[in-house]
Design a protein around this ligand. Structure first.
Ligand code: PLP
Length: 421
């Protein structure tokens, strides 16, 4: 970044510091990952300069031949990975993908049934300060208090009672397999559209580590930057019969010019997602999450639902005398990066900002090449900090272990789980 260094040393410095931070800390944020240098090169390319309102072959502006090439590649690869009839690769992010689906089939005031935010759902599934909660009549389903698994009987009862126009499956903090055929069945019973938001688990699905909703859902939305390991962005998959409607809602409905540099990077990530190495990485991500969750169970921690089937799990800290925020801050001071999170039925939580849980995800450590033994080592580090959050010696000892792990598994290296070529 020689030119940037000369032209804008302040921004250059911040970027260098961020690269160092990512290299030297353990990232357990379940919604993050480390995309390849190839993805980053495409995203940092001159395609950012191009206006390309419309779709490949049907643009408003001249000079769109090259961006048409990358958009066609991205669309074809997305369809191939997920076995979908139609793909729209233009949504700027996951929220825009969800908004596009809502605008394509719902009118203001229509009814939406989505997962409760405090049970793992996302803001776009009906939170009152989100467009979804403002525009639609919302009801929520959640998990069972005794098991932490989605209560499908309750979901069905709510659906029968409220007759939603759309049912949304998908979550930001749910550690178990989603039963897509069951969602479809309930949607059919009440005549609702069925949308699966696979933002968190798209990579697992692409890699065969989680069942796919594509055969069952009318619409599948996702981000491209979480387990899918691409650039920050969104994607919509749907049946051909909805293609025209979805495309016209994305543009000109809710967006203007697509981010062609990001679409180029999506195309690169989608190519990577077809490799054997990517598939193995997704299975390893689940193995690492399981190994870590089991280690916490052994050490007397309460894990929501008792474990995990995917890339993340939630620790309920209510028996540990530390809040989620205190845990997040003390772990950050020891170079372990994760986020506080609500846990279901948290009556003790002072507010959504003071939840009593933390969320742990394994996509990034797995992309670095870490395996189960490393995951267990990280669990040991976390346990040490949470047991003595104010002890300086513990903090320094853990930081050293984290430094060693980070240098053993560089962020970008050949033969790591993550492709750097
Ligand atoms: N859907 C789910 C389930 C998510 O977890 C997220 C992001 O965390 C989104 C949608 C929205 O994605 P974005 O932040 O790209 O708008």
């Amino acid at each position: 970044m020689i030119t940037l260094k000369n032209d804008d040393p302040e921004v250059w410095r911040a970027i260098q510091d961020e690269i160092e931070r990512q290299k030297n800390t353990i990232d357990l944020i379940a919604s993050e990952n480390t995309c390849s240098i190839a993805v980053q090169e495409a995203q940092g390319s001159s395609m950012t300069n191009k206006y390309a309102e419309g779709y490949a072959g049907r643009r408003w502006y001249a000079g769109c031949g090259n961006v048409d090439t990358v958009e066609r590649l991205a669309v074809e690869r997305a369809k191939q990975i997920f076995g979908a009839e139609h793909a729209n690769v233009q949504p700027h992010a996951g929220s825009q993908a969800n908004m596009a689906v809502c605008f394509s089939v719902l009118k203001p005031g229509d009814r939406m049934l989505g997962m409760d935010l405090s049970h793992g759902g996302h803001l776009t599934h009906g939170f009152k300060k989100n467009f979804s909660g403002m525009m639609y009549e919302i009801t929520h389903y959640g998990v069972k208090k005794d098991t932490g698994y989605i209560d499908y009987d309750e979901l069905r009862n709510i659906a029968l009672k409220t007759k939603p126009h759309i049912i949304i499956a998908g979550a930001s903090a749910y550690p178990r397999i989603l039963d897509f055929p069951r969602f479809r069945k309930i949607a059919d019973e009440v005549g609702a559209y069925f949308m699966a938001d696979i933002a968190h688990i798209a990579g697992l699905i692409a890699g065969g580590a989680h069942p796919s909703p594509v055969p069952y859902a009318d619409f599948v939305t996702t981000t491209t930057h979480k387990t899918l390991r691409g650039p920050r962005g969104g994607l919509i998959l749907c049946k051909s019969k909805y293609a025209k409607k979805i495309d016209s809602v994305v543009f000109p409905g809710i967006q203007g010019g697509p981010f062609m540099h990001v679409i180029a990077a999506k195309a690169v990530a989608f190519k990577e997602a077809m490799t054997e190495e990517f598939k193995q990485c997704q299975h390893q991500t689940v193995k690492n999450a399981r190994a870590m969750a089991q280690e916490f169970v052994k050490r007397g921690y309460n894990i929501v639902s008792g474990g995990t089937d995917n890339h993340l799990f939630l620790i309920d800290l209510r028996n540990k005398g530390i809040t989620g925020k205190e845990a997040q801050l003390s772990l950050e001071a020891a170079d372990i990066i994760l986020n506080r999170n609500t846990i279901p039925f948290d009556e003790m939580g002072a507010s959504a900002n003071e939840p009593n849980g933390i969320r742990i995800g394994t996509p990034t450590i797995t992309s670095r090449g870490m395996k189960e033994a490393d995951a267990v080592k990280i669990a040991d580090c976390i346990d040490k900090i949470l047991s003595q959050p104010h002890d300086m010696q513990t903090k320094e000892a853990v930081r050293k272990t984290i430094r060693d792990l980070c240098s053993q598994y560089p962020l970008y290296k050949e033969n790591a789980c993550q492709t750097s070529k």
